[in-house]
Design a binder for this molecule. Sequence first.
Ligand SMILES: [Zn+2]
Length: 271
Amino acid sequence: MYGTGKKLWLPPQATGLDPDRDKQTEAPSEEGNLQAEEEDDLDKLLEQYERQAEADKAKVLSTKEEKALAQMGMAELRESALAKPLSAQTKGFQLLAKMGYKEGEGIGKSVKGRVAPIAVDLKSGRTGLGIDEGRKRQREAARLVKEAQDAKRRRGMEDLHSDYITKQAASFADRQAEQHLAQARKVCETLDRRKGITENVMWPLEPVSDGDEKEDAVEEGSWESFPAAEKLSDVLTCLRTRHLYCLFCGCQYESRDAMEESCPGATEDVH
Ligand SMILES: [Zn+2]
């Protein structure tokens, strides 16, 4: 190998030394060797530079300093410091400067190398990045499960609500039917008796004093055991056909024609 290997050969324009220095030192005569040696030296410098950058990185990442920075609220300061090129005060920079490196340029022969320090993945805590990823996935999975549960709960609530509305409506209709039925049965008895009719299952039930007897009064399968709406329909039909009476018009008609002319129909809805 040509040269001492320790000394660094630099072109005169880069060192600013005596142009005759070439002759005093063992200047290479062949251009190929000269280039090869220059590249070797540059590689060593680049290695040093990278080591310096790694050292800086390690320094920044040390847990103690991380905590101190966090406590002092200096995280932003650190970020901005890392974003800048190395300061001219660092050893790495000074070594490069000897090679003719100028601040702000990229390193390497083509001046297109790294300008800023090696990018650092900053993280605090003792867990690895892989564990963070795992936890991130777990959190995402948990979030999806919760979303699905919430949606299911909402649907359940909606179902419950619509069920409640339906039941309320049904129970309102039942109460209405019960009320109309009671009225209709009374009218039915009055009009029947006027006609001399002495018995009708549709008349109001005899009031009973004992609760137990009342339960026994409704026989299974009897007209009395039918649903209120059904019984109402029967009593209304009886009133209309037998007495030309409409509960919803609230009057008895003189003739079938008069009833058909004035009464809109048999149900409450059409009135
Ligand atoms: Zn009517």
